[in-house]
Design a protein around this ligand. Structure first.
Ligand SMILES: Cc1cc2nc3c(=O)[nH]c(=O)nc-3n(C[C@H](O)[C@H](O)[C@H](O)COP(=O)(O)OP(=O)(O)OC[C@H]3O[C@@H](n4cnc5c(N)ncnc54)[C@H](O)[C@@H]3O)c2cc1C
Ligand code: FES
Length: 280
């Protein structure tokens, strides 16, 4: 991994955190307001665990000192590349759409505690909303490689906002689609599909959830209605993508309320045991 303090690009990274300069390889619109950014990351690509994220300082983004956190959507250790699937949310992500091949990203990562499916998981249900699919993509692919059946319930506002389906389908993931306006799949919430999937398949032995906060709260509540989940027999995890400042556990701006007290989303998470999260 190239530490790039000489260029100054990694200034602000804590000494014990790895910082790498990543070259933009491509940056393409994939759906309505959703872009795929591919980066050369030879030091990082082989180290990423599903559910981890990285913290990026955007180039040519003067005046904005805070890094932006993004899940590692995919990583290819052989090619030394990583990908981000990002949604336009504000100035930073809008600026990201202007990045062109050859530009350099200053990045700390991979960081955070990712998904921890049980080794014996054979039938996983992943539930995601919008760009939450970025946090579960590597998990789904890893579970498929281990031979597990994987169903992904995926919801978005409309058909134009669905990104990332093909990659999962080509790995053998069964996709269940919901859109708010019914332009693709079930008309309604992804949590409706989740409830039906859980009711219809008692062999589901692992659940992972990532999406907008209200969706996550409902999905966790549905999962915990099952005695097998509430007792811990079936593990259910949720990625809590709180707003972050330092991204490395130092500032406490990202805390999550849990039954064990406040926990840092960036360092103790972003993935938490759904039984531990206290929803407000
Ligand atoms: C661990 C983690 C992983 C993430 N992974 C992804 C990802 O894979 N793809 C992706 O598109 N986004 C992801 N996000 C959210 C992403 O970091 C924010 O959307 C981005 O930083 C917004 O930057 P901005 O300058 O465009 O928007 P800002 O101007 O900073 O904010 C614009 C709007 O975005 C909202 N926003 C900012 N941060 C978050 C957040 N953490 N969660 C929800 N809303 C937020 C603000 O409330 C505001 O309404 C992740 C966040 C975390 C904490
Ligand atoms: S963002 Fe600073 S502790 Fe998490």
């Amino acid at each position: 991994m190239s530490n790039i303090g000489d260029s100054g690009a990694c200034s602000g990274a804590k000494a014990n955190r790895e910082c790498e300069a990543l070259d933009v390889l491509s940056n393409e619109r994939r759906a309505d307001g959703i872009w795929l950014l591919r980066l050369a990351a030879p030091g990082m690509a082989g180290k990423v665990e599903p559910g981890q994220f990285a913290h990026f300082r955007l180039p040519r983004f003067g005046g904005h000192i805070l890094r932006r956190p993004f899940s590692i959507y995919d990583a290819n250790a052989e090619e030394g590349t990583i990908e981000l699937l990002y949604q336009l949310a504000g100035k930073g992500t809008e600026h990201m759409t202007s990045l062109v091949p050859g530009e350099r990203f200053d990045c700390i990562g991979p960081v955070g505690t990712g998904w921890a499916p049980p080794a014996q998981a054979r039938n996983a249900l992943l539930v995601c909303g919008g760009v939450g699919i970025a946090a579960v993509n590597m998990l789904a692919l890893a579970l498929r490689r281990s031979g597990a059946a994987v169903t992904c319930a995926f919801g978005a506002g409309n058909a134009g906002k669905l990104a990332g389906i093909e990659r999962l389908e080509s790995a053998g993931v069964k996709m269940l689609i919901a859109t708010d306006d019914g332009s693709a799949g079930h008309r309604g919430f992804v949590t409706d599909l989740m409830r039906d999937a859980l009711a219809g398949d008692p062999s589901i032995d692992y659940i992972a959830i990532c999406g907008p906060r209200p969706m996550e709260a409902i999905a966790c509540r549905i999962a915990l209605e099952s005695e097998r989940v509430a007792s811990g027999e079936v593990r259910c995890e949720v990625s809590m993508e709180n707003r972050m400042a330092c991204g490395i556990g130092a500032c406490l701006s990202c805390v999550v309320d849990t039954v064990d007290g406040l926990r840092r989303s960036c360092a103790d998470g972003p993935v938490f045991d759904a039984r531990k999260v206290v929803w407000r």
